[in-house]
Design a protein around this ligand. Structure first.
Ligand code: 5GP
Ligand code: MN
Length: 343
């Protein structure tokens, strides 16, 4: 028996909005990951199973290793088709906001959605949700938003309502947000949910391979180069830094998603508790990924130094500066957090 973590009043509020509406838009965050895509598609499948019209709109494209998910090809990308997205927004009876805690996380689409009067329902596991949402199902204890979508569907319609397609998407989201159940995944409920999903006929080993075993040779070479040449340890701080410049990414023909997971690698080194990865997407524009173990709050570092946020052990941000300046900021963060990193 699963613990009931979503408040009944929130379940009732979602039910009222779903019953009353006919067209829904599901949104998730910029640079969508497995949980963003998995939770969005699972909820979209559910709403369609109720006879509703539903569209998933994401700020930009997701990596190819997520394209196998049922109906992933129908997702609309705001950066590619803003007018089409706007017409969906204007016709929506409600928005489901999944896997982000403030509308600013969905880029330019955020202002457009904020301007719409239709209710905005949040389903998310990041701390500190903003007050922009009509209904807020926010549970940082959950391993993923996909876990919360599973819980929501079951509370609204019972476990029989979860289809094979929904189960595949939910499992993929739970798996990717926990590094295949290596972190943020010690709660018993997670495995009770997995048992339910297996009961729907999913092949968890196949999903693992579809997500993690789809590398190209150029990605392998990029990883080899990065770990050999671009990983630097700051042993005094139990920390590690990886940098990849725009030129280096081009040299290895890096595709979207090719560097996903690389920030976790330094945590395999004994004693390393904090890992940072700077990826220069465009000259002067640096994407920041942070990971930590135990109690070290990398989301606090992301907020204070890198214009970002996220979870305690997995967070990110963005910088508009040179790589040298970014490295300087990282060093300043280490100095500031030395006590926490070395205790
Ligand atoms: P990743 O390193 O995989 O890109 O991001 C890890 C986590 O950090 C995401 O799931 C998200 O919670 C958070 N995150 C990444 N980038 C940003 C950002 O720019 N702003 C905020 N607030 N959170 C971010
Ligand atoms: Mn997530």
């Amino acid at each position: 028996m699963l613990e009931k973590i979503i408040l009944q009043e929130n379940i009732d509020a979602v039910k009222r909005i779903v019953d009353a509406g006919t067209r829904f838009v599901v949104l998730s965050h910029k640079n969508p990951d497995g949980d963003a895509v998995g939770s969005s598609l699972a909820l979209c499948h559910y709403l369609r199973s109720l006879g509703k019209e539903c569209f998933v709109v994401l700020p930009n494209r997701f990596p190819d290793f997520l394209a196998w998910m049922p109906d992933a090809t129908e997702v609309l990308f705001y950066d590619a088709e803003p007018e089409k997205a706007m017409s969906l927004f204007n016709g929506a009876d409600a928005f489901f906001c999944l896997d982000f805690n403030t509308l600013s996380r969905i880029g330019d689409a955020g202002a457009a959605v904020a301007a719409c009067s239709a209710p905005k329902l949040l389903v998310d596991h990041h701390p500190q949700p903003s007050q922009e949402f009509s209904v807020s199902i926010s549970h940082p204890v959950a391993c993923s938003t996909s876990e919360l979508v599973f819980r929501l569907i079951v509370r609204l319609s019972g476990a029989n309502a979860v289809s094979f397609e929904m189960a595949q998407c939910i499992y993929a989201g739970m798996m990717t947000d926990t590094g295949a159940f290596a972190y943020a995944s010690t709660r018993k409920d997670i495995y009770l949910i997995i048992a339910e999903l297996l009961g729907k006929g999913i092949d968890k080993d196949l999903i693992y391979r579809k997500v993690f075993y789809t590398s190209s040779l150029t990605r392998m070479r990029l990883w080899g180069f990065t770990l050999y040449e671009k990983l630097k340890l700051y042993n005094k701080y139990n920390a590690a830094l990886i940098t990849l410049s725009h030129n280096e990414l081009m040299r290895f023909y890096a595709q979207k998603g090719d560097t996903e997971g690389i920030v976790n690698q330094p945590l395999q080194i004994k004693g390393i508790r904090f890992s940072c990865f700077f990826r220069e997407e465009l000259p002067g524009k640096i994407n920041v990924s942070l990971r930590s173990v135990d109690d070290f709050p990398c989301n606090a570092v992301a907020a204070e130094f890198f214009n970002g946020g996220g979870h305690k052990n997995a967070s990110g941000g963005e910088l508009c500066c040179s790589m040298d300046e970014a490295v300087e900021l990282f060093r300043a963060a280490l100095r500031k957090y030395k006590c926490e990193l070395t205790q």
